[in-house]
Design a protein around this ligand. Structure first.
Ligand code: GLC
Length: 436
């Protein structure tokens, strides 16, 4: 057996907590939405029953209104503080027997369902699809009812964590400009932000330059507090919120997963509600409104000002994964992707292009290369007919991992592994690339 495959399998097994996979052995002790979906894609190559279980455990945290939360907490007394940061029980919509966060994450569950389905024979696949469909439909419907209030076709994210790209530069600029409370400004002015390290789990074990800046971590934490105070009630959030965005990455993932949801329903011979089908079509059209003629890429939109946030990041390329854009626009994105001064660095694809000021080669979502975003781009390139570029990115990704190991993220210039070692989605998605 291939050595990297063996290592990936052992990382997944090491992070297996029975019904779900934690993202890494110590730093991330809970269950996360898109991490679990990616892990399930890896498990599908090892043990399909275990892969199915991963998604069922995710749905176990589903809220009564349909939301699948971005985190489901480990119930050990050790993590009481983590649970009480979110206090999901303040909302009547939260589930009764688990503590969760109060927001969602990129809706990539249908993708995992289909990847598992591909490993099953037809009767088993139909049975599995029938089991998850009601929950999946409810989740996609919730995204439209709560997160597309004007029926524009694009769904809103209410916190940077929902996009999965936490401290990506556009969000940090937004938060610091519009929603930094006076006390955080005072901490910054007095240069006492290093004191925050005492309260941070990550910087205790990892170099600070690889993680979010303290001042960024504070505004992010403060915006959790604001949502909690509103009991995660969407009307209250929309009424007065300082961060509301139509993230191009989240929406691209949603569009693709809508398509997959249609495939799942058709295979299971289940009719999707007419309103949902109509909304799905609307989204494909609306994604195009994020295209920018000047930069030849897509951008996220600020829901409050209704303006595009013209700061390129990896999110700008994600409509490749959506699969519904024109070949012409896709070719323009591929030109940006393969530019050596922009995204095609020694170890592509960096989370922020090299040629902008915010690029920071070691810092989390502000420059490093991540395996999940590479996987999404490879998948999109293949479906859009860019087989050569897809193959090149696939071999760069596998080589990076063979040489440097299985990490949370990587320095795009040197390949050095960064963040947490033995990271689940890196292992799971490498397994998938090796097997496809
Ligand atoms: C960080 C990442 C997020 C991921 C989570 C668990 O918050 O930014 O995308 O889901 O860690 O790995």
């Amino acid at each position: 057996m291939d050595i990297l495959s063996e290592q990936c399998e052992s990382v997944l097994r090491g992070n297996d907590r029975g019904t779900h996979t934690v993202p890494s052995p110590s730093l991330y002790p809970h269950q996360w939405l898109w991490d679990s979906a990616f892990s399930a894609i890896g498990w599908a190559h090892i043990d399909t029953a275990r892969a199915e279980q991963e998604l069922l455990s995710l749905f176990h945290g589903q809220w009564h209104n349909g939301m699948v939360p971005h985190m489901i907490f480990n119930m050990s007394p050790r993590y009481a503080q983590d649970r009480s940061t979110w206090r999901s029980w303040v909302s009547d919509d939260s589930p009764n027997d688990v503590a969760t966060s109060g927001i969602t994450q990129p809706p990539i569950i249908a993708e995992a369902v289909v990847r598992i389905g591909a490993q099953l024979d037809k009767p088993a696949r139909q049975q599995f699809y029938k089991r998850v469909l009601p929950k999946l439909i409810k989740y996609h419907e919730w995204l439209y009812t709560e997160r597309d209030p004007h029926k524009e076709g694009l769904v809103i994210q209410v916190h940077p964590y929902e996009t999965g790209l936490d401290n990506t530069p556009p969000w940090m600029h937004q938060l610091h400009e519009h929603s930094r409370p006076w006390w955080i400004s005072a901490i910054k002015k007095m240069h006492i932000d290093p004191l925050i390290n005492v309260a941070r789990r990550d910087t205790r074990s990892l170099p600070a330059e690889q993680r979010m800046k303290n001042i960024d971590a504070l505004v992010i934490w403060d915006s959790v507090r604001r949502l909690r105070r509103k009991h995660y009630d969407i009307d209250k959030i929309l009424h007065r919120s300082l961060f509301l965005t139509e993230d191009v990455s989240f929406n691209s993932i949603f569009v693709r997963n809508n398509t997959l949801l249609r495939d799942i329903a058709s295979e299971a011979r289940v009719k999707l509600p007419a309103e949902l089908l109509e909304n799905m079509q609307n989204s494909e059209r609306a994604l195009e409104s994020l295209w920018d003629e000047q930069f030849n890429v897509y951008f996220s939109r600020d829901f409050i000002t209704n303006k595009l946030i013209k700061e390129p990041t990896i999110a700008s390329l994600m409509p490749l994964y959506a699969g519904t854009i024109s070949k012409e626009r896709a070719a323009k994105l591929v030109r940006v992707l393969t530019n050596n001064h922009v995204f095609w660095l020694k170890h592509p694809v960096p989370s922020v292009p090299r040629n902008i000021r915010s690029f920071d080669q070691n810092r989390y979502w502000q420059g490093p290369t991540w395996i999940n975003t590479n996987w999404l781009i490879i998948d999109g390139l293949m479906r859009m007919g860019f087989a050569t570029e897809a193959a090149a990115l696939k071999s760069h990704t596998i080589e990076l991992m063979r040489e440097h190991g299985i990490w949370e993220y990587y320095n795009p210039l040197t390949g050095q592994g960064l963040g947490s070692a033995d990271f689940s989605w890196s292992a799971a998605l490498a397994l998938d690339l090796l097997n496809s």
